[in-house]
Design a binder for this molecule. Structure first.
Ligand code: ATP
Ligand code: MG
Length: 415
């Protein structure tokens, strides 16, 4: 037997309706905010992620699925959705088109991680990117899109926001951070030692206990924001307040790369502990230029669909009922089955969900099967019914039966 690769999961037929539900709510919310879908390839040139995610991040240093294709090109399965969307924005000249360019995606993403609950090697994201708008209103809108989705799904979360300023004010903050960490350098984990050199901001989101302890007293970026960044952050908060969205300010949230700017945010589940971050995002005004486009402000977020589903389960959120067949057509003998087959096809053609016997079962066993698959009605066709041109239709919920002419079947079940 060949097993599924480590860190991946099947979505089985009996569970896929939950995925479809989350995806349909995501699409609905996107469309309410006038955001349209973009579809980009599952793989891109490795270079895109080295430059677009950042070569000091965990993703680029240790998590990417990178391989040489037969043409000796270095290819990477996308570990996230922003880089591909930015590549497409630049390549398709969207910056010269109608701005802002608002787009969403539902994608598989691939990261070579240690699999745990809510942490997979293939996972899925719903993400939104808004290109071309620099104002705080757009940051707030990105947050509201995520917030609306989470509320519609019935997920209890805490919204944490922060500002990491702009390259100018962050330079001073980085100096302050390095001065703070210098005396404790030997106590930091291996990764943090290199973060200290390359990107001190990232020291703040280390998950190691010892580093977290040292972190607790680190200076806050918010004390170093320049006037413009401070105003921007104040405005984001005001927009959120006016929208009635509660938030907490958490100076430990960072997106430690130069092209991330100002607002960063996370939605963290209050019902599960580890891997509780269901959604994360922020502003990245430097990224489009970093990837070769004209300087373009941008803001976005991504939510992990597996984590949304885990949290929904944990907080008892309701899924709509799984769609069940409307009618099961049971046939007594071969001739009756043939009639069931053609009637079922006529119903299916007009969109009525119908099922028939595929296993040559007895009528009794067919009833049992119909019950198992949750058919709302069972239409029995026996010898007599065949002669009379009608089926005996039983409502499986009430137990009541009535005769329905074959010719009336469509109108009967279409109602
Ligand atoms: P974490 O800190 O949990 O590793 P991250 O900062 O790497 O998350 P992002 O790159 O911000 O995550 O991705 C956005 C969202 O995608 C996360 O908030 C999470 O819901 C989901 N996600 C990220 N990595 C995984 C994974 N390996 N498996 C499942 N979901 C994931
Ligand atoms: Mg990660």
């Amino acid at each position: 037997m060949i097993n599924i690769p480590k860190g991946t999961k099947d979505v089985l037929p009996q569970d896929s309706y939950k995925w479809q539900y989350v995806e349909s709510v995501a699409r609905e919310v996107a469309s309410a905010f006038a955001v349209r879908e973009i579809r980009t390839p599952v793989f891109e040139h490795t270079e895109l992620f080295n430059r677009g995610v950042g070569d000091t991040t965990d993703i680029v240093t240790k998590e990417m699925y990178t391989f040489k294709d037969k043409g000796d090109r270095s290819i990477t399965l996308k570990p996230e959705g922003t880089a591909g969307a930015v590549r497409s924005f630049i390549e398709n000249g969207m910056g010269n088109g109608v701005l802002p360019a608002k787009m969403y995606y539902i994608i598989p993403a691939f990261r070579y991680e240690r699999p745990q609950a809510g942490r997979l090697r293939e996972f899925h994201q719903f993400g939104v990117e808004i290109f071309g708008a620099k104002g705080a209103q757009t940051d707030a809108e990105a947050i509201l899109i995520a917030d609306t989705l989470l509320k519609k799904l019935g997920i209890a979360v805490k919204l944490c926001i922060n500002s990491i300023g702009c390259p100018t004010c962050r330079a001073e903050y980085n100096r302050a951070l390095k001065a703070f960490f210098a005396p404790n350098l030997d106590k930091l984990c291996y990764d943090c030692k290199s973060r200290y050199e390359k990107n001190p901001l990232r020291l703040l989101d280390c998950k190691e206990e010892e580093c977290k302890k040292i972190n607790a007293d680190a200076p806050s970026m918010l004390d170093y924001l320049c006037e413009d960044c401070k105003n921007h952050f104040e405005q984001v908060k005001t927009y959120l307040q006016n929208a009635g969205v509660e938030y907490t300010i958490d100076p430990r949230i960072v997106r430690g790369l130069d092209y991330y700017t100002r607002t960063v945010f996370e939605f963290v589940s209050t019902s599960i502990g580890a891997q509780g971050t269901v959604c994360a995002g922020g502003r990245y005004d430097g990224l489009i230029e970093q990837l070769g486009g004209n300087p373009t402000p941008a803001v976005g977020f991504a939510a992990g669909i597996e984590r949304l589903l885990i949290v929904m389960q944990a907080c008892g959120a309701k899924f709509p009922e799984e769609p069940k067949p409307t009618v099961y057509l049971a046939g007594m003998d071969e001739e009756c089955r043939a009639k069931a087959f053609s009637l079922a096809y006529a119903l299916r053609e007009v969109g009525v969900s119908a099922e028939i016997d595929h296993m040559e079962r007895s009528i009794k066993a067919q009833f049992k099967y119909a019950d198992k698959i949750g058919a709302k009605y069972v239409a029995v066709i026996g010898g007599n019914e065949l002669v009379q041109g009608q089926a005996n239709v039983k409502n499986m919920q009430t137990g009541e039966s009535e005769s329905v002419a074959f010719d009336d079947m469509i109108s009967y079940f279409q109602k």
